[in-house]
Design a protein around this ligand. Structure first.
Ligand SMILES: NC(=O)C1=CN([C@@H]2O[C@H](COP(=O)(O)OP(=O)(O)OC[C@H]3O[C@@H](n4cnc5c(N)ncnc54)[C@H](O)[C@@H]3O)[C@@H](O)[C@H]2O)[C@@H](O)CC1
Ligand SMILES: [K+]
Length: 482
């Protein structure tokens, strides 16, 4: 944002104009929250976030709202645009103490935004605690004060907002937990920063929404037949038939033309009975898997759901990665490398096709211990793991991050807590595999799968079980593609 602001200002827009536009967006949001004028407490900090607060306070007062402005620090200490904004505020700047929020109908939190540099303590911490203790709705300016915009982390203590107005683009902290929860409803306001500054910023972080990957989403044409739509091979092994069934069905729903599931002979009847459109093949040993890989039409491979832990699964992972095809590694395929993650990274490095890993936090910690302990930003953790392993990393959770070895990363916010249920990850892995079978590139396929999975979950909601998810995909896809 500093680069964006500076480039805009260098392009001829005075900084105070940006602040005026930001303050207006804040005042508009406040009016939306309290259409009938109520007393608004605007709590300002010592930097430009406070400056936005001064502008918002002035406009609300002009619109007939009784406004009380409180300032952390002294008016004389304000600098730059914030000092200009403060001069335009004709009212008082009160000290913020225990009594000052009494009788207020709305609090505007303009304490700290992008300039937060350390954990809150002392007077600032007390101010945030007082705001949180009041039972007033809170409108946060840019980010709830105390939330780190880069990571979504709480720096000591943070405001719990009802609504947050931010500017130009969302920041990672608006999408990552716990920041996202502390924002309440989010509003994105444009304040005159042109999109042309984006290349200069060079950000590789994205919000996982269809605009990011829709252009590469595979759609069949009239000339397509089932093999041109790709053929996914799911290596099920001999355990947990349900996991591989869910993944296979999800691959088909995601558009793979054909799905083969390979399982031990004793498991075949279970698969045959449960999956009509899926081809079922016996795989009792590694030779059987090698034989299945000989058919090059099987062009995307999934190893993990129901694979079982141990040497056999490790060998199958190595064979898949050596087969010159996109590979998805999930569940047991990941955990089987817990004690030898380097061996997995080496096998990935030898593959020239996309590899996607779909760990949850626990699996991630086992495979990337140093990275997991070394950073508290989920975004940077996933990014570091992608760089180290050479795979696209899907670090799952309510704020799933997809990161690519080329440093692109996307954060999803469209899931639902109802997706935290057995088998949900198997479905996700199956969707990724189905999209890779249709030649979608690795990062885009992973992002699209996460988004579709989130939408499918949200479309079902309470009572969701993983079996429902593949069957919810047609509705989601219909909306997406129309
Ligand atoms: N031209 C611009 O730069 C624009 C900036 N805007 C606003 O400006 C904000 C960023 O402004 P700033 O960079 O001045 O930063 P902030 O206003 O977020 O905070 C910086 C101030 O807080 C102090 N501070 C930081 N961490 C602290 C802590 N833990 N405890 C106590 N004090 C602490 C710093 O010493 C500094 O005085 C954005 O969030 C946005 O609201 C908008 O007005 C749009 C235009
Ligand atoms: K704030």
């Amino acid at each position: 944002m500093k680069t964006a602001d500076a480039a805009t200002i260098a392009g001829g827009v005075p900084g105070i104009d940006l602040m005026e536009a930001a303050g207006r967006a804040v005042a508009d949001a406040a009016r939306g929250m309290c259409p009938v004028p109520c007393t608004v407490a605007v709590v300002c900090g010592p930097g430009n976030n406070g400056g936005d607060g001064f502008v918002g306070a002035r406009l609300l007062a002009e619109w007939g709202y009784p406004v009380r402005l409180m300032l952390l620090g002294s008016r004389a200490a304000l600098r730059g645009d914030a000092a200009v904004a403060a001069k335009r505020w004709a009212g008082e700047a009160e000290r913020f103490d225990a009594g000052t929020l009494k009788g207020c109908g709305l609090i505007v939190d303009a304490l700290f935004g992008a300039g937060l540099t350390r954990d809150l303590d002392g007077e600032a911490k007390a101010a945030v605690e007082r705001i949180n203790a009041s039972d007033c709705p809170v409108l946060a300016v840019d980010v709830p004060s105390g939330v780190d915009g880069d990571s979504g982390r709480v720096r000591g203590v943070a405001v719990k907002a009802t609504k947050t107005v931010t500017f130009f683009r969302y920041k990672p902290g608006h999408l990552l937990l716990p920041g996202r929860m502390l924002c309440g409803e989010r509003v994105l306001a444009q304040i005159g920063i042109p999109d042309a500054v984006l290349p200069e910023i060079g950000s590789r972080s994205f919000h996982n929404v269809p605009a990011l990957w829709r252009a590469g989403y595979p759609e069949p044409s009239l000339e397509s037949h089932k093999y041109t739509r790709g053929h996914a091979l799911v290596a099920a092994g001999s355990e947990m038939a349900g996991a591989a069934r869910l993944a296979s069905r999800a691959s088909l729903r995601a558009g793979a033309g054909v799905v083969t599931v390979a399982a031990s002979t004793e498991m075949l009847p279970i698969f045959k009975a449960a999956l009509e459109a899926v081809i079922v093949r016996a795989m009792d040993d590694l030779d059987d898997y090698a034989h299945l890989l000989e058919d090059k039409r099987r062009n995307a491979l999934l190893v993990g759901p129901g694979a079982g832990l141990g040497a056999d699964t490790r060998d199958r992972v190595r064979m898949a990665l050596g087969a010159g095809r996109p590979v998805v590694l999930d569940a047991d395929a990941l955990t089987s490398f817990e004690t030898q993650p380097r061996a997995m990274h080496q096998a990935i490095a030898a593959s020239d096709r996309p590899v996607v890993m779909t760990p949850h936090e626990g699996e991630f910690r086992r495979l990337f211990r140093q990275i997991a302990e070394g950073s508290d930003s989920k975004l940077e953790k996933a990014r570091a793991a992608a760089a180290l392993s050479g795979a696209v990393i899907v670090l799952k959770g309510a704020d799933t991050v997809v990161a690519s070895p080329d440093r692109r990363a996307a954060i999803a916010d469209n899931g639902t807590p109802w997706l935290a249920t057995a088998g949900s990850g198997d479905v996700l892995a199956g969707i990724v595999t189905g999209l890779l079978a249709q030649n979608m590139p690795g990062f885009e396929a992973a992002c699209a799968a996460v988004w579709l999975h989130g939408e499918a979950g949200s479309s079902i909601g309470p009572g969701l079980i993983s079996e429902d998810l593949p069957d919810a995909l047609p509705g989601v896809l219909k909306r997406l593609l129309s």
